[in-house]
Every structure is written in C-alpha cells, then in structure tokens.
Design a binder for this molecule. Structure first.
Ligand SMILES: [Zn+2]
Ligand SMILES: [Zn+2]
Length: 493
C-alpha cells in the first residue's frame, strides 16, 4: 500500500516523531523539530550509516567540521557564484516564486468576462470563460511579476560584532566542502593510502524559496556525505579506478537502503543525462525513492573528478595532492561523492515501514521498522497495574534492559491498547509481566519468573525466563530470528 503524506504527518505529530518548529507561534516556514521518538529514530539512522560506512571499513575515516567556514570556501566551490535560483517577485503581495515554478502552480484569476469573479485555475491552463492565460502573480492574481533575478540560496550572517561586508559568513549549504579543505590534514594525520574516504554527518542550510512536502525539503537539514578519493591513474578490474569505485558506491548505497527496509519496488537508479550534469561531474546517478509525493531523489552519487581539490588548491595557494609512491609522482585524486539527506532518508524509512492491516475486525497500524532503526526497542508492560509485585518486576526489567537499549514502561491502558500503541511507533517487542511471573503470595503461590515476549510483526508470543531476556534481545535486535526464539521458549497455549 502507499501511505499518504497527510497520514505520515499526522502520525508523526500524534506520536512524537516530528513537530512543526515553533508551532505555538504559528510555525517557522519549513522547519521541523524531532520529538522524543523522532530523535531516537534519527540517531539510529545516523549511527547505522556511520557504523556500516565508517566504523566497519578500513578505508574510511570521519570528521565533524564547523558549520561556519571561511567565506573563500564558497568562492572556490562555486556556491557564491552559482548556487542561485532565478526568482520573480510579486509587486503587490511581495510573494517570491522560483521563475521556473510560476507556471506549475494553480493561479488566481479575476475574470473580466464574469464581472471580475475570482477563479482558481489549474496550473498551465487558460481561463475557460475568457481564454486568458496567467500573466500576473499566481497567488494574489493582482500584482505584476518582476523580471527574474538571481537569488543565492546560502544563509548569510556576520562573524563578530560588526555587520559589515568584510565580516560576512555563510551557514554551510553542504557538508562536502569541509572534507575537501581538510584533505591534507586528514591525509597527513592518519597516514592514509588511496583509495580512502572521509565521511561527515551534520547540518546544512539552504534558503529554499519553495521548500515543502514535510521533511522532504527543509531549510535546515542534516546530511550524511562521503568523499571517496581514488587515484585516477589506477585501474581496478581493468577499469579506471574512479569508474569502478563509482559503481561500487552506487551498489553499496542501494544495498544499504534495502537492508534497513526500503522495498525494492520503491527504489530505482536514475542516471543524469549530459544536460543535467554539473560541468565538473563525469557521471552522476541518483537513487530515487517512491515517496508519497512521487518518485524523488533520495541520494545522489557523483563522480566529481579532481574539480574540488583543484579549486581549493587554486584559491588557497596550498598544494592538495597525493604522492603516488609507485609512480613517484604527485597526483590530484578524483573523488566519488555519495551524498544523502538524513531527513529524507528518515521519511523514506517511515513511509515504507507504514502498514495498515485488519486484525479481528479492527484496524492495526504498524510501523514495521527494522529493529536497529526502531526508536524504542522494547516496551515493558504490566498486565495488572494494581498488583505491586507485577509493577515492581516490570520496572526492574525495564531498568535492566535500558542499560543496552531504549526501553519504555507503560501502564496507562489495558494490554490490547498498549500493544497497539507500540505497534504504531514500530516497537519490535513487548514484554508483559503477569500474575504467573510473580505468583500470588496470598494464595502461597510462587511465580515462574517468566515473562511473555510479544513480536510486533507476527503478534506471536514466547515465554522467556527473566534472566534470559537480555541474551534473547541481543540476538533478536541484531537481526536474530523470531521463529527460533518462539520455538525455544514456547508460550503456554
Ligand atoms: Zn501577488
Ligand atoms: Zn477569465
């Protein structure tokens, strides 16, 4: 099934994933805040990316650079000059539009042929009464639009106490440049040999004129970028090293998204054609995802050649080369750049995790997150909250498991409701403590010290001794098989 954006937005707000920024003041345009569950999900996503692409690989290192960089960085990178959109302004209502967007919007029309009645006409269509086409502001329908002007998408600010031209600084529009300007530092301090990559996850800022579609395009966002440097004179499997590694990264990134739950049918590769390629790019391939808004870019993997290092060498006067021991010469490495957006990836994982199903005549909403992505791993639920021994045991179990994972305790509803709530936020397992666990001291009965684990996806149950819980969850939460656990620890029929 395909989930709508409205369904996701409403679930995200209701269950504490994503809130509109500064909502009590009416919201900030296209800025979002991650709530208690959103921050867990986002941290998990970034941690998995770092673990799989940095920690596990001998050829990768990471950095965490400052957001404010020397203004010359943006001159060398071309952002000051070229990171612009052509904009038009309405002279009446002052709204600003991307010039190439104006005719993709429905437009407001005061029709002379019908005594000036107001109509909203679909994008690109003429008025059905008078045949007129849009010439004025599509929003207010009254103002003329200015000729297109170039508008730089970088956020400008000032360093230090004086707001003058000499102290202008920019919030970085991408994390990539920090890897290029630190190339020499990283190379020397870590004694690296080509090929190697530098990774960084962090915030970037773009003053988008038409942001939107929830967290798909926002003005402040997080990126996970890798710059993978290769020796262009090398060959791998008979091919130029940069081309070989470009294909390897495309395959590795696709595999990564699949591994954590994006469905095959919602992923595709899209090759940029010549007209779309940046002038320095040898080849760029996007991984597109079928978002609720349609197919859109999830990440891009570009072969940027030696453009960036050469630009920074030119503007800084520093040599940014690598000494090729074998050929006894200095070369400028080529770079392959797998660049993805955290927020966008999170939206994709949310959309693909979302399922609705009918269980005994009732709708069950489940986020089928991969266990390593799930914001909460285990919920501990007392079957009866009026029984002290049960509540006490449940709190103790939560405290033990919480040493390793995000675990919550909830006793605010009946067990069926509690299960549904955890399903809706994607918690893979619930642990239920009941009378059997603790026994009944009034009747002189001792408990069996076992609790019920309930699996989110199958809704199957297992009865596990409390002392075995940590081991069982270590296995399950790192991809272990539920069926194995269920057969080893069968639940009472
Ligand atoms: Zn207007
Ligand atoms: Zn008309």
């Amino acid at each position: 099934m395909t989930v709508t954006m409205d369904t996701l937005v409403s679930l995200c707000k209701r269950r504490g994933f994503v809130f509109q920024s500064s909502e009590i003041y009416g919201g900030t345009g296209s800025c979002y805040d991650y709530g208690p569950l959103g921050v867990e999900l986002k941290n998990n996503l970034k941690r998995l990316w770092w673990r799989d692409f940095v920690q596990n690989r001998p050829d990768m290192v990471g950095i965490d650079a400052s957001i404010l960089m020397h203004p010359m960085v943006w001159k060398a990178s071309g952002h000051l000059e070229n990171f612009t959109d052509p904009m038009v302004d309405c002279r009446e209502c002052k709204l600003r539009f991307r010039a190439d967007d104006v005719d993709t919007l429905a437009w407001t029309h005061y029709c002379e042929a019908t005594k000036g009645n107001k109509f909203t006409i679909p994008a690109g269509e003429p008025c059905s009464h008078c045949g007129a086409r849009r010439t004025l502001c599509p929003d207010c329908g009254k103002g003329e639009l200015t000729p297109p002007r170039r508008f730089n998408l970088m956020f400008k600010t000032f360093m230090g106490p004086v707001e003058e031209e000499a102290s202008v600084a920019y919030l970085r529009p991408e994390t990539a440049q920090a890897m290029f300007v630190n190339f020499e530092n990283v190379l020397q301090s870590m004694r690296l040999k080509l090929p190697f990559g530098i990774a960084q996850a962090g915030r970037s800022f773009r003053n988008e004129i038409t942001p939107g579609n929830f967290i798909f395009r926002t003005r402040e966002f997080e990126q996970m970028e890798i710059e993978y440097f290769v020796n262009p004179r090398d060959t791998v499997e008979g091919r130029p090293a940069d081309e070989y590694w470009h294909d390897r990264w495309i395959a590795d990134c696709m595999a990564w998204f699949r591994r954590y739950g994006l469905r095959e049918e919602n992923l595709r590769l899209r090759e940029h054609d010549q007209s779309e390629l940046s002038h320095y790019s040898k080849r760029t391939v996007d991984i597109d995802y079928r978002f609720p808004i349609g197919w859109s870019e999830l990440m891009g993997i570009a072969n940027r050649t030696d453009f960036d290092l050469k630009q920074h060498a030119k503007f800084s006067g520093k040599s940014l080369t690598y000494f090729d021991e074998e050929r006894k010469e200095h070369i400028v490495p080529y770079v392959v750049e797998p660049a993805s957006g955290v927020d966008r990836a999170l939206l994709a994982f949310l959309a693909d995790a979302y399922t609705e199903e009918e269980v005994r005549g009732e709708k069950r909403v489940v986020l089928r997150f991969h266990p390593e992505l799930a914001p909460v791993k285990v919920a501990v639920l007392p079957l009866l909250k009026k029984r002290d021994e049960i509540v006490k045991a449940a709190h103790a179990i939560r405290a033990t498991l919480a040493r390793e994972w995000r675990v919550v305790y909830d006793d605010t509803a009946a067990i069926g409701r509690l299960y549904r709530r955890q399903d809706e936020v994607g918690t893979p397992y619930c642990v239920t403590v009941d009378v059997q666990t603790v026994g009944d001291s009034d009747k002189g009965e001792v408990g069996d010290g076992k609790v019920t684990i309930r699996d989110r996806d199958s809704m199957g149950q297992a009865r596990v001794p409390i002392e075995a819980l940590t081991g069982v969850f270590r296995d399950l939460l790192s991809g272990g098989d539920w069926a194995k656990v269920a057969s080893e620890f069968p639940a009472a029929k």
